[in-house]
Design a protein around this ligand. Structure first.
Ligand SMILES: [Zn+2]
Length: 60
């Protein structure tokens, strides 16, 4: 099953790294993505494993 991240998720990741939070790991290892489909909307969450910061996007 393949998920497509929303542009706001991609932008957050890009901005987060631009702000200086860049680990030695690749982007794919630094960030954890979660997709939670509900009956009314899809919730996408991205979390930075470096600093614990996270961003949630609600697609309704
Ligand atoms: Zn971070």
């Amino acid at each position: 099953m393949k998920f497509k991240t929303d542009k706001s998720i991609d932008d957050w990741v890009k901005n987060h790294r631009a702000q200086g939070c860049i680990s030695n790991a690749t982007a794919g290892e630094q960030f954890i993505y979660e997709f939670i489909p509900t009956s009314i909307m899809e919730v996408q969450t991205v979390k930075c494993m470096c600093c614990g910061d996270k961003f949630t996007y609600y697609d309704d």
